[in-house]
Design a protein around this ligand. Structure first.
Ligand code: 26W
Length: 881
């Protein structure tokens, strides 16, 4: 960006400290500047006390070089467990409830991770001669949908067998322990699960990375379906989840909100005062991230908000018996990290959400800069040594916050600060839906974070000047691109202009960013734009979730694909091997039996494992078109009612989805699916041929059971709307065959498996663009009797509930456009291709072939590959030595 002379520096700390003898006066608040104590030295602060190390003299030293030393005998492990159970849980191995065994064993595994983390950091500094030997990666995200940890950690540390052995003495299995662990549901859907998969890939490949997020007390709500309607219950995950969290008080940072702000000019430039700010503490809780086949242990640092000042507790009110007033300030501080906002891809805009974002960003940035300064004694090499990634726009305030720290706390001039910051930050966009692009009311921003607002205004002013040079006189265009306009702060524009790299999450999506959403930015700075197609933690989603299939692959191509996903492709050589094909089919059946039993436990109904399992599992949103799936089901149901003796293989339609609590239309669609299922269930003849089930409370753990049981994977979003999808990859790698549109990563799946092994239908993204303007769903409704019958059935209703609202949504222009996601336009092609896929299913040889090809060609959708692309092309770093 072009430089000019406007400076906003605070003279007190203007000196640029470049020597290693860190000028502590220039560093952040004393508490924050304290050197990090090693994890091992700081002791456990999780709810259960740590076991003491029963180090036998004969055991080899546990160091980085000597990874094998972490392996302990069954006897040693049992001895540590016995001691922990006695001293930490006041029980013993024979009588401890299984929940206690879970906690104790998790605590021991956590301890092993802490030891490994400590050794890793030590070795890294040794390799780099006192400073880290490679660039540090910081991944900031409002969501990390981690799910359960014990199974994954045991797999990664190769300790599953040991724990199984120990548990045998209690006639228990590791699965009994896994069942005790609550999901860490700190995310809504795709974006949050992607962040979790990426942490796994980072650690597994030896990158030194820290994830930053919020330690929400309540994760994503628990979904209850009451008469078909979604209700939300709080998800209080911490009691069981604490064992993985290591509180690190010594790394607490302070975050300021509000206050009386004034700026004034001096000979040294602009200065400001901020008085009466509301200050909260950000206290870190570290979750350690193991890698597979890797000695690296990374950290996910989750910030908890606490009141910063003892005076926040109002003793006078307490003494007067006004207890709620006494704790008012404390409660206000605690509220920030209380609960995850349950909305994705819909407008939210609540003030507390903005507060959460700045809270997370400020603590993380202070932490990053403090670490860097502690290591190097200067920030001049910041962008060479640090990569900061923002996961969607939610952490976009990273950009002004880093500017604030550089200028106000380290005395940098604007241009020098901007040079560092804009070369350090990179941004991934995860959605093109207009309603999901965050915008904040300018006044709220100004009042809540006055200093940040002032910096944003200056970014805006300079950006306008720069763009005036690129697009002279084109005010309309410039106004469209600026971070502040029409009384709003636009986070996407801020993210693009302040980042050195902008990427989409599939080839198609990245093209749409360049052609459409960020077209003007692309014209101004084409070199910023790139693509990284999403990937999944395939060891979790294949090896751990589907051990039988993974074992079969081991026997065909050897186990090295578990380290190097590229090798999985060799499994394709077995696509026409009759014995392998048969085994693939029988493993799928076993997985369906397992899933069917699970469904029975919660619903009382066990779907027939010999029916086709057709699965659509993802957030419920109009653009994902669960309604299109439902319409086709209705149509089929009508056909069956006409001819109950229809010769067909039974079909089981499985839906799983949560939706935002205030998204009424999506809730109606959930209810529609439930009610169709309910009506069919009442008719024994029909339900023997088709069943429709809505699985309550979809979660990572449920997905781990569901994905391996899917025969057909429904990926039917309106083309151009699904940025990538990752559930599509999870089902693919488990051998499901996809029916999908040319959207998101489906396009690349199609390319990978070839047209014979995937079922594509509907308009492509370009056709959607061309057709949407003149789209008239009512004409389709009126001219196509099959469509009409299905839509009319919405009006008549199911199991006593009518869905006139959905009928109107599809055909009436009371909405700005009827059927905005073009369900009716793609309906016939969808039905046609479903027919094809069901015929294909009956050809068991062909199906086994397709299934194997899908598993094998999913190799390119490994998160390991995505992370290598981020590291090579965006962060410009390599694994730690
Ligand atoms: C309102 C706040 C909000 C808005 C958008 C919260 C969360 C979002 C996310 C960007 C929505 C999301 O999860 N997007 C999904 O990201 C996945 C990972 O890249 C993609 O695979 C999905 O296609 C995309 O919908």
């Amino acid at each position: 960006m072009r430089k000019n002379n406007f400076t906003t520096t605070k003279p007190a700390n203007r000196k640029l400290t470049t020597e290693k003898s860190a000028d502590k006066a220039a560093a952040p608040a004393a508490k924050a500047a304290a050197p990090v104590k090693s994890a091992a030295a700081s002791g456990s602060t999780s709810s259960a006390p740590a076991a003491s190390v029963s180090s036998e003299k004969s055991e080899p030293e546990k160091t980085w070089e000597n990874a094998a030393a972490y392996k302990v005998s069954k006897e040693t492990f049992r001895a540590e467990l016995d001691e922990l159970l006695e001293l930490g849980f006041h029980t013993d191995f024979e009588s401890a409830p299984v929940e206690t065994l879970y906690k104790a064993i998790a605590t021991l595994i956590n301890k092993q991770l802490k030891r490994r983390r400590f050794e890793f950091q030590k070795a890294r500094r040794k390799a780099g001669k006192n400073v880290p030997d490679t660039k540090k990666i910081y991944y900031i995200s409002m969501e990390f949908l981690m799910g359960q940890s014990l199974k994954n950690n045991l797999y990664n540390l190769d300790e599953t067998d040991l724990v199984a052995e120990v548990l045998k003495d209690r006639k228990l299995t590791p699965q009994d322990l896994y069942d005790c662990e609550p999901d860490a549901g700190l995310g809504n859907g795709g974006l949050g699960r992607l962040a979790a998969c990426y942490m796994d890939a980072l650690a597994s490949q030896g990158y030194d990375a820290v994830g930053f997020s919020i330690r929400y007390e309540y994760g994503l709500f628990k979904q209850k379906i009451v008469d078909g309607w979604q209700a939300e219950l709080p998800d209080n995950w911490l009691p069981g989840g604490y064992v993985w969290l290591n509180r690190r008080d010594e790394d607490t940072f302070k975050v300021s909100f509000y206050g009386d702000y004034e700026e004034y000019w001096t000979d040294d430039g602009l200065k400001y005062n901020l008085n009466n700010a509301e200050v909260v503490d950000a206290v870190p809780y570290d979750m350690l991230i193991s890698g597979a086949n890797s000695r690296v242990v990374d950290t996910l640092r989750l910030w908890k908000s606490e009141s910063s000042n003892d005076n926040d507790f109002d003793m006078a009110s307490f003494n007067n018996g006004d207890f709620s007033r006494a704790a008012q300030k404390e409660n206000r501080a605690h509220l920030i990290s209380k609960v995850l906002y349950p909305a994705d891809n819909v407008e939210e805009g609540k003030e507390l959400r903005l507060k959460q974002q700045y809270f997370m960003v400020s603590a993380s940035c202070q932490n990053i800069v403090r670490n860097h300064f502690r290591d190097y004694g200067t920030l001049d090499n910041f962008s060479d040594k640090v990569a900061i990634h923002i996961n969607d726009t939610h952490p976009a305030l990273t950009i002004p916050e880093l500017m604030r720290i550089f200028m106000d706390e380290y005395g940098y001039e604007w241009d020098d600060a901007w040079e560092q910051v804009s070369k350090t930050v990179s941004y991934t966009n995860h959605t093109v839906l207009a309603e999901a692009l965050e915008k904040w009311n300018e006044d709220i921003v100004r009042v809540m974070m006055p200093r940040i607002y002032s910096i944003l205004k200056e970014i805006d002013r300079r950006f306008r000047e720069d763009m005036e040079e690129v697009f002279p006189g084109d005010e309309g265009k410039i106004d469209w691109m600026t971070p502040i306009a029409q009384g709003q702060v636009r986070m996407a524009n801020l993210s693009v202009l302040g980042s050195q790299s902008v990427n989409g999450v599939s080839a198609l999506h990245s093209e749409i960013l360049k052609d459409d959403l960020f077209h003007d930015f692309y014209l101004a700075t084409p070199e910023k734009f790139t693509n990284v197609t999403n990937g999944i933690a395939y060891r979790r989603w294949l090896c751990q979730s589907n051990p039988k299939l993974a074992g079969l692959i081991d026997s065909c191509i050897g186990p090295d694909y578990r380290k190097n996903a590229d090798l999985l492709e060799k499994f394709a050589d077995f696509a026409d091997d009759p014995s392998v094909g048969e085994q693939v089919l029988s493993i799928k059946r076993e997985n369906k039996v397992r899933m069917s039993n699970l469904i029975k436990k919660t619903t009382g109904i066990a779907p027939d494992p010999d029916s086709i399992f057709i699965v659509q599992a993802k957030r419920l949103h109009e653009y994902k078109r669960q309604l299109l799936n439902a319409l086709r089901i209705i149509s089929r149901y009508q056909k069956l009612k006409e001819n109950p003796d229809l010769d067909m293989r039974p079909e089981t339609y499985l839906f799983a989805a949560k939706t935002a609590p205030n998204y009424y239309l999506a809730k109606s669609i959930i209810q529609l699916i439930c009610k169709i299922g309910e009506e069919i269930e009442k008719d024994p003849k029909i339900r023997s041929k088709m069943r429709v089930m809505f699985l309550e409370n979809y979660s990572v753990t449920m997905a781990e059971h569901l994905m391996p049981a899917a025969d057909i994977s429904e990926q039917i979003s309106l083309a151009g709307k699904e940025a990538s999808g990752t559930g599509n990859m999870k089902m693919m790698i488990n051998g499901a065959v996809t029916i999908g549109t040319m959207d998101g990563a489906n396009v690349e799946m199609h390319e990978a498996v070839g047209g014979d092994n995937i079922f594509i239908f509907g308009q492509n993204a370009e056709e959607v663009q061309d057709n949407l303007r003149s789209y008239d769903s009512r004409r389709l409704y009126e001219t196509d009797p099959v469509i009409k019958a299905a839509v009319d059935a919405l009006g008549t209703g199911f199991a006593g509930t009518d869905f006139n609202n959905l009928k109107q949504y599809l055909i009436q222009k009371t909405y700005s456009i009827a059927d905005p996601y073009m369900c009716l336009a793609d309906f016939n092609d969808y039905c046609r291709v479903h027919k094809e896929i069901q015929d294909a299913y009956e050809d068991r040889k062909r199906w086994a072939h397709m299934s194997i090809i899908n598993t094998a060609k999913a190799s390119r959708f490994a998160a390991d590959r995505s992370i290598r692309e981020y590291a090579d092309n965006i962060w410009h770093t390599k694994p730690a030595e």
